[in-house]
Design a protein around this ligand. Structure first.
Ligand SMILES: [Zn+2]
Length: 230
């Protein structure tokens, strides 16, 4: 009823505006739209009290289950699991990527969400608070490594989200090429996480070049012999 009243009010205003412009055709269209809306609405015979409804539920009733699904919608695509869990990638590296995708890594952001009170700063750049998206996607430390990797793989790596990182994998492609791309992306995430932990817990000064130097041989090994790392 509220929507209907306001729609009628808007259309009447439009009608007056159209009359000013002496646009007969416009008046005809507005009257037709008004009539169409009026005929579609079933008005109650007796007055009923207004009530709040949850428009995402078929019956309008908000339950805790619906609220949880709305706040934490299930992941639409799960094929990334088959990409990151591969025999050529050490499980410990895939595990980091898996936890990142599920927001399970103990970054400052996730610890705060779980009730920890702490001062947060990205230890890789000391410019912003440590969120998962900043640490792995937008931090200068991470973006330099991702740019370097995109040059090596000759592809564009999207840093819009964690899952979009995997979109650079060409489809369809051979299993060997999939191994190389998947391993490179998973190792990159693992390298960023290791660098963060080294500074965070050991107060070690980790440089970008040192981090890349650690997993560059790993990538070369994969390119030459895809099944070498098991
Ligand atoms: Zn940073």
């Amino acid at each position: 009823m509220f929507f209907f009243t306001h729609t009628c009010f808007f259309l009447l205003l439009s009608l007056l505006y159209a009359f000013d412009l002496k646009n007969v055709f416009m008046c005809y269209l507005i009257l037709f739209a008004l009539l169409h809306i009026y005929l579609k609405i079933t008005l109650p015979v007796s007055p009923l009290p207004d009530k709040k409804i949850w428009k995402h539920a078929p019956d309008g009733v908000l339950t805790s289950k619906l609220a949880h699904l709305f706040m934490s919608p299930p992941l639409a695509r799960l094929d990334w699991l088959a990409v990151i869990w591969r025999s050529c990638i050490p499980p410990s590296h895939s595990f980091v990527f898996w936890r990142l995708m599920l927001s399970k890594l103990p970054t400052d952001e996730n610890l705060r969400l779980r009730g920890c009170t702490l001062v947060s700063v990205c230890v890789l750049c000391f410019r912003e608070a440590e969120t998962s998206s900043h640490l792995f996607l937008h931090c200068e430390f991470a973006t330099i490594i991702w740019k370097w990797l995109s040059v090596k793989l000759r592809c564009i790596i999207s840093l819009a989200s964690y899952s979009s990182i995997l979109d650079c994998i060409p489809r369809p492609c051979s299993s060997q090429l999939l191994d190389v791309f998947a391993a490179a992306l998973v190792h990159t995430v693992h390298t960023i996480w290791l660098a963060r932990n080294a500074i965070h817990f050991s107060h070690t000064n980790v440089s970008i070049h040192a981090s890349m130097a650690k997993y560059r041989p790993l990538l070369l090994c994969l390119v030459l012999t895809p099944k070498a790392i098991v």
